[in-house]
Ligand binder design. Structure first.
Ligand code: AHR
Length: 325
């Protein structure tokens, strides 16, 4: 009985000691290099296969990098992105990353992030703000995509023909720069011109509607279509089929993204001609960059992604790769 009392007393003292030691221990998760970073990410929405693939890439890479990700889908609305960024600031996240739905209108909220000392990273799309309001942009050269699309179009049309354009969402970085790149290159081909241009908002169904409207208006005038993403191109292909013309033959098609299996199947069937790549797999680069910045490393102002161009010659190879992913 006496032994039992001593033993119980010993256990109580041991437990009290353990509690005191653990209470006094500094929170290493906040002070050591192994601190778990919290990143708020505001995504544009889910308008295309590109965007869905981009979201998957970001979520997967955050998990692999041990990042605590707060992800918000803005459903194509700038006001939702601004609300999300403000909520990230209120939550005192370590970094804010976002893909701006449109170019303009970010100055105030990004100044709020700057005042709160939270670094901002632009992903995929640039915002039209002064350089001190973000650390870096990780994404493609949309202007170059437009230039390459026009060069390929010139080959397909033997440098002569009427082109219709279906643009991405109005005011967005890719829509503005793809259009500009294509137009600037067009001056080299005096017998090629854009006869009609409308937005399809990067949605497949809208691409179909816009192409149907172009065809109804004057189908005979259309030799080709420059379409700002593959989803809208796939919609346009449906519209051309339904109209009774042959997509890829009667109307040549050049689009952008090179992400979905569907566009490669269309190219292999001869229903589309070229897709200029724009990589959505930006997650790993985003979190590598965040870790570099967190450890005090300097990073480039624009971390550009490398991209290819696909047509009948190399579509099969890329399709096989996509099937394995
Ligand atoms: O910002 C990238 C563009 O956004 C992609 O080309 C398009 O498919 C997406 O929705």
């Amino acid at each position: 009985m006496k032994d039992f009392k001593w033993y119980t007393l010993f256990l109580i003292i041991l437990c009290l000691n353990l509690i005191m030691v653990s209470c006094g221990r500094p929170d290493t998760s906040k002070t050591s290099g192994a601190k778990k970073l919290t990143v708020g990410f505001s995504q544009v929405g889910a308008e295309s296969v590109w965007r869905i693939t981009n979201t998957i890439s970001i979520k997967k890479a955050a998990e692999e990098a041990g990042i605590n990700l707060i992800f918000k889908d803005a459903q194509q609305k700038q006001e939702n992105q601004i609300t999300a960024i403000r909520s990230f600031i209120a939550q005192k996240v370590d970094f804010i990353a976002f893909s701006p739905v449109v170019d303009n209108g970010w100055d105030v909220v990004l100044m709020e992030a700057k005042d709160a000392g939270i670094p901002v990273i632009l992903v995929d799309r640039k915002a039209n703000v002064e350089q001190s309001l973000y650390v870096t942009l990780i994404g493609s050269d949309f202007y170059e995509e437009g230039v390459n699309a026009c060069k390929r179009m010139a080959k397909l049309l033997n440098e002569t023909g009427n082109i219709v354009e279906i643009q991405g969402n109005t005011g967005s970085d890719p829509a503005i720069k793809r259009k500009k790149g294509f137009q600037d290159q067009l001056v080299n081909y005096p017998n090629m011109k854009i006869v009609k241009s409308e937005t399809g908002d990067f949605f497949r169904q809208r691409g179909k509607e816009v192409m149907a409207y172009f065809l109804k208006d004057d189908a005979k005038k259309i030799d080709a279509a420059f379409i700002h993403n593959d989803d809208m191109a796939l919609g346009a292909i449906e519209a051309i089929d339904e109209y009774g013309l042959r997509p890829g033959k009667d109307i040549k098609i050049v689009s952008v993204d090179a992400v979905s299996q569907d566009i490669f199947n269309a190219i292999l069937e001869g229903k589309s001609n070229v897709t200029v790549e724009c990589s959505p797999n930006l997650g790993p680069q985003l979190f590598e960059t965040i870790k570099k910045i967190a450890s005090g490393e300097k990073v480039e102002k624009w971390i550009k992604t490398n991209e290819g161009i696909f047509d009948m010659e190399n579509a099969k190879e890329k399709l096989e790769l996509l099937k394995q992913q």
